[in-house]
Unconditional design. Structure first.
Length: 231
């Protein structure tokens, strides 16, 4: 991994362009962590419903007469509802997370304007633009981390774990969803449900690490703001 650049030799300054203003990200971070908790809850609900559907399809494969059409309809409805809850919590969390991420990026520009390879607007658009969203946010997060860190918090292990789990979850989740949408036979549906359940587990892991990442970076910025600029 690249080595973090040395700390700035002078006080905080702002490069030419729109004024960067230091604001606390604490309130936004609390909202993000609460929403990530809701994402975890939605994933656990989806796992429970997924397991029920998985067992139901297994019974269907072993003995067609052991499963009624009512059971199938109820399972489909509940599994679909769990997916809707997951989507709603994910969208809400994504919006607030990006707002928090942009706030930390602006703060980091106040701390050390020379650390940043991307303009602050990419802290928002970097998540939305296809292809570049696979690495732009990681670069920006690294710059934010370096600008916010002191000598005791230079390790980026937490950041790396957060990003690795995000990428794995993003790719695996899309593949699992595509497999489920194509499944037609009972055996295919059963395997697709297993894939979705594994995707839910990855999503839970990514959300847990994201909570620690948000908490750690927010604390780093709070502590650096309290210390004031280097003289």
């Amino acid at each position: 991994m690249p080595v973090a650049p040395p700390p700035p030799p002078s006080g905080w300054s702002v490069p030419p362009g729109p004024q960067a203003v230091l604001r606390s990200p604490a309130g936004l971070s609390k909202a993000v962590m609460i929403l990530l908790g809701l994402v975890i809850g939605a994933d656990l609900f989806a796992l429970w419903q997924g397991n029920h559907s998985y067992q139901l399809v297994g019974r269907l494969i072993r003995n067609l007469g052991s499963v009624t059409s009512r059971e199938i309809d109820q399972a489909d409805a509940l599994y679909g509802a769990s997916g809707t809850v997951q989507l709603a919590t994910t969208i809400a969390t994504a919006v607030v997370f990006v707002v928090w991420f942009h706030r930390t990026r602006v703060n980091a520009e106040v701390f050390a304007p020379e650390y940043h390879a991307r303009k602050r607007g990419w802290a928002i658009w970097g998540w939305a633009v296809p292809v570049v969203n696979l690495w732009f946010p990681r670069q920006i997060a690294t710059d934010i981390w370096n600008a916010s860190a002191d000598e005791k918090s230079r390790s980026r292990a937490l950041l790396n774990w957060w990003w690795a789990l995000w990428i794995v979850n993003l790719i695996f989740g899309r593949l699992a969803a595509q497999r489920y949408s194509r499944a037609e036979q009972a055996e295919e549906i059963k395997g697709a449900i297993a894939g979705l359940m594994a995707s839910d587990v990855f999503n839970i892991m990514a959300a847990v690490v994201a909570i620690f990442f948000v908490r750690r970076l927010t604390r780093m910025q709070h502590e650096k703001a309290l210390r004031g600029p280097a003289l």
